[in-house]
Design a protein around this ligand. Sequence first.
Ligand code: FES
Length: 84
Amino acid sequence: MEKIKISICTGTACFVMGASEIMLIEDNLPEDLRGKVEVEGITCLEKCKDSSCGKAPFVLVDGQLVQQATVNSVIEKIRTILNA
Ligand code: FES
């Protein structure tokens, strides 16, 4: 099975708003999701400059934008995608 790609913005705005904590998501994954995701850091998505996109931190889960992301909301998104 293909892994779900979690791309975490590590630009300044996102980083200070909590992206650094989300980078550790692999350590916090529920057992059933371990090994199913691939985590990468990416440079500023430019979403922080567009208030219509929501608020930092921004994370892409399989290309789908999560704004004001937290470890929990990213896990929820992973589940939504896996169950789709
Ligand atoms: S710093 Fe994350 S979108 Fe710009």
